[in-house]
Structure formats: structure tokens, C-alpha cells
Design a protein around this ligand. Structure first.
Ligand code: F6P
Length: 327
């Protein structure tokens, strides 16, 4: 069999381990031929490919070949992809990516391509899998940053607001906030009451702790529709009179070396993706169910988001410990 691999959407720690897992398993265990497709779906549109070897670097892009089609019914891109897939003689396309990529993978599967999805995102919001690789690394980086911000918070008696990524989901904020000992954690899924946030900070000051750490997910909405950390920091300072500062962690959260956990998760998912191909079980995304690797139909994944629910155990335990979730 001849398979193509592409990675689409944002860069994410663990993609290389996935490519290694798919590529080496395919070549060494199943005797398949593997080609790398550069820059996500752009590479498939332009036939920007290379034979897979030890030095292959694929890159990524946020190209969504169905976007214009959905908006106006005019895009020719899916047909170009179909034609290039045929001309390259591919038997299967492996799509590593987040929600948008899995949706595109599902649509290509409906067009008749043999497709396997591998979920990837630091946001941990792909429906149908308990965890995505990249998340653990991002949580480690964000937790380390929160640990470091405690120094300034306590020595200057400040409120330190730290904004973490996660798109519409609060997974990174919840896990890093709890691990880093935040006093307030704000998630897009829960909403928040600014008076309650200010109350928590003032109560701490009255108890002799005139410093606080507030972790806010980037997806939290604010009246000015701008970066939430900016609005929350200004509002806390105005309401409490305590000097407040904000830090936006940004792309640092998805760069550098993946954690060993993410490397091993990505390696397992890549290996199992190749097994699905060998068994001709196409139109599926590999996923984690607990500690076991499983798979789910791409049609079930498309268009859904896995969000934090209010009954998450970390929220329940956090509330019992006096951590405010802005309610
Ligand atoms: O999906 C990963 C992510 O880092 C989100 O957390 C963030 O909202 C988004 O990508 C940023 O996208 P871009 O790389 O296009 O700026």
C-alpha cells in the first residue's frame, strides 16, 4: 500500500512522534510505501510531497479546502485533492489535526478517499477522544509559568492574571490552574461574575494574603471582546485597589519539546492508525478511551467540540478547597 501523511492546523508538540509512529510502522512492520505531504492540505492541492525518510519535516497550514465550498458552493479544491490523490496512487491519507482537520478528513472520506484521522491539539477539545497529544505538554508549560508568577505575586503583593490558550475550551486553564495553585480559574464553559472574582481577591487580602493568581482561558468572553486577561486585570485593580498585572503565555505553550507522555501517546496513536490502514478500516479517527487506543467514525466526530463540564472532578475538588471559578 502507498499512504500519504499530512498535518493540518496549528503546530503542536507530538506531531513528529506521530509521523514517526505512522511512518516507521508502515515501512518497517507492514512494508508500505509512505509519502509526506507538506503544509497540510496545501501540499495535497499543489502536490508538494516527498518520499518519507528519517529527515522528513512536513510543516503545517490552516488551509480548509471545503471552506469556500460550504460558503458559496464554488470551490474546486476538493476535486483537485481527489484527482491528486488518484494521480499520486495513494491507498490512504492520514490526516493529523484538530477539529477542523477531522471535519475535512470526514468530508474527504465521504467523497470516496480512504482516510484515517489522528487527533492533535494542545486544546484537548477533539470530540471522541479522552485526550489529545500536545495537551500534556501545554499544561506542563502553563503550570511552570504559573509557578514562576507566584514569586512576583507574593513579593510585590500583586494580583497576577495569566491567560492561557485553549480556543473555545478551558482544559488548559483548568488543569494548569489547579496544578499551579491558582486562586481563581475562569473557563469559557462556566461563565463568571466579576463581582465574585473581586470578592475572592478581597477576602484573601483580608485573610492576610494580598496577592492572588488568576488563570483565565483565552476563550472567556468580556464586554470589550478583547483579550480577557486585559479586561480582567483592569477590572480587578479598579475594584480591589490591589496592583494587578497580566501575562499572556501565547505560542510558548505549543512550542519546544513534547513531554514524554505526549511522545508516547502520539507514538501509540500513530502505530494504531497504521494498523487501521492495514486492516482497511477507513473513515475512522484513532482515539483514546481511558488508557486504551480505540477508533471512532469520522462522521461522529465532525462538527462537535469536547468542552469542560461543570461536574468535572477537578472543578468539584477545587471548589471544596476554596478555589473560585468565578461563580
Ligand atoms: O488550536 C491551538 C491553538 O493554539 C489555540 O489554543 C489558539 O486559539 C489557536 O491555536 C491560535 O491559532 P493561530 O496559530 O492560528 O494563531
Amino acid at each position: 500500500m502507498k499512504i500519504g501523511i499530512l498535518s493540518s492546523g496549528g503546530d503542536c508538540p507530538g506531531i513528529n512522534a506521530t509521523i514517526r509512529g505512522v511512518g516507521k510502522t508502515a515501512i518497517m512492520h507492514y512494508g508500505m510505501e509512505v509519502i509526506g505531504i507538506h503544509s497540510g492540505f496545501v501540499g495535497l492541492l499543489n502536490k508538494d510531497i516527498q518520499s518519507f525518510d528519517e529527515r522528513t519535516i512536513l510543516g503545517t497550514s490552516r488551509e480548509k479546502p471545503f471552506r469556500k465550498l460550504l460558503a458559496s458552493g464554488e470551490s474546486e479544491k476538493p476535486q483537485v485533492i481527489l484527482q491528486n490523490y488518484e494521480e499520486l496512487g495513494l491507498d490512504c491519507l492520514v490526516c493529523i489535526g484538530g477539529n477542523g482537520t477531522q471535519k475535512t478528513a470526514g468530508m474527504l472520506s465521504e467523497l470516496g478517499l480512504n482516510v484515517i484521522g489522528v487527533p492533535k491539539t494542545i486544546d484537548n477539545d477533539v470530540w471522541g477522544t479522552d485526550i489529545t497529544f500536545g495537551f500534556d505538554t501545554a499544561v506542563n508549560i502553563a503550570t511552570d509559568a504559573i509557578d514562576r508568577l507566584h514569586s512576583t505575586a507574593s513579593s510585590h503583593k500583586r494580583v497576577m492574571v495569566v491567560e492561557v490558550m485553549g480556543h473555545h475550551a478551558g482544559w488548559i486553564a483548568l488543569y494548569a490552574g489547579m496544578a499551579g495553585g491558582a486562586d481563581v480559574i475562569l473557563l469559557p464553559e462556566l461563565g463568571y461574575d466579576m463581582d465574585k472574582v473581586n470578592e475572592t481577591i478581597l477576602e484573601r487580602a483580608q485573610r492576610g494574603k494580598p496577592y492572588s493568581i488568576v488563570v483565565v482561558a483565552e476563550g472567556v468572553s468580556t464586554p470589550d471582546k478583547k483579550r480577557p486577561s486585559d479586561y480582567i486585570t483592569r477590572t480587578i485593580e479598579a475594584a480591589t485597589g490591589i496592583e494587578s498585572r497580566d501575562t499572556v503565555l501565547g505560542y510558548i505553550q505549543r512550542g519546544g519539546n513534547p513531554s514524554p507522555f505526549d511522545r508516547n501517546l502520539a507514538t501509540r496513536l500513530g502505530g494504531h492508525a497504521t494498523e487501521l490502514i492495514a486492516n482497511r478500516q477507513f473513515g475512522r479517527m484513532v482515539c483514546m478511551k481511558g488508557n486504551e487506543v480505540d477508533s471512532i467514525a469520522l462522521s461522529e466526530v465532525a462538527g462537535k467540540l469536547k468542552l469542560v463540564t461543570p461536574d468535572h472532578d477537578l472543578i468539584i475538588q477545587g471548589e471544596r478547597m476554596g478555589i473560585s471559578f468565578g461563580k
